[in-house]
Design a protein around this ligand. Sequence first.
Ligand SMILES: NC(=O)c1ccc[n+]([C@@H]2O[C@H](COP(=O)([O-])OP(=O)(O)OC[C@H]3O[C@@H](n4cnc5c(N)ncnc54)[C@H](OP(=O)(O)O)[C@@H]3O)[C@@H](O)[C@H]2O)c1
Length: 253
Amino acid sequence: MSRSWAVVTGASSGLGVAYAERVASMGTNVVLSARRADLLESVAADLRERFNVDTRTVTADLGDQDQRQTLIAELQELDVAYLINNAGFGTMGEFAEADPDRMADELNLNVVALTDLTRAAVPGMIARRRGAVINVASSAAFQPVPNMAVYAASKAYVLRFTTALWDELRPTGVRALAICPGPTDTSFFTNAGNDEVMSNRRTPSQVVDTTFKALRQHRPYIVDGGGNVAMAFATRFAPAGLQTKLAKLVATN
Ligand SMILES: NC(=O)c1ccc[n+]([C@@H]2O[C@H](COP(=O)([O-])OP(=O)(O)OC[C@H]3O[C@@H](n4cnc5c(N)ncnc54)[C@H](OP(=O)(O)O)[C@@H]3O)[C@@H](O)[C@H]2O)c1
């Protein structure tokens, strides 16, 4: 059995399950982390049965600094081939009416936990001269998104942070990649407050395919899906007023 591990956060549903399945199919052992222990256990049992890999589960609210410590210890102890920082959530609605506690949880998970977990994993990867950090950003990272202002800004952080890290790690043999999915068919929109929007969605397995193709090409970031690539490229040259108008149009269709 392989000695190397993948650590996948948000592995209880959606993209996280698809990432866990993909790395297990490559023969890599998997640490699965999220808050819902029952779902993690059932994903872990499925991976062991189908792919004959070893699994561990870490049940934690990763936005909470104390609860993150068990996962940080795993990252420092194991031979981690992949850290997949996938756990994250968004919130739809006007900023002036946002729940301050939820807003802080969103930033703690999407930004602080992702950075902290990456910091725990990278020294071991550098010492072994191999490994990859895959950070799940979003196509929302490329422009401000009214009514999802905090979420889009948190993903802009993930994109910038990961691209800088990609450059720092280049001489070491360790890779960093920000994957920027557009609307994808998971529980994300239900949890964000409205599942009726952005009905033209990609599948989690398409996003995972795009991720590993980009990783093989040593790219710093990749946008998943042709339409999302075009949108991310076009908004780059638009003035702020047009960027927000386009983002609102996409977010309501
Ligand atoms: N779906 C999309 O359209 C889309 C587009 C762009 C980017 N993304 C990004 O893709 C990533 C995965 O989301 P998804 O689409 O797969 O949505 P999802 O099905 O809602 O999955 C979110 C995952 O994050 C975990 N999570 C949420 N809060 C957590 C916390 N405080 N501590 C630990 N784990 C937590 C959830 O597990 P528990 O509830 O069990 O904790 C779940 O496993 C997110 O970073 C999201 O921002 C999604």
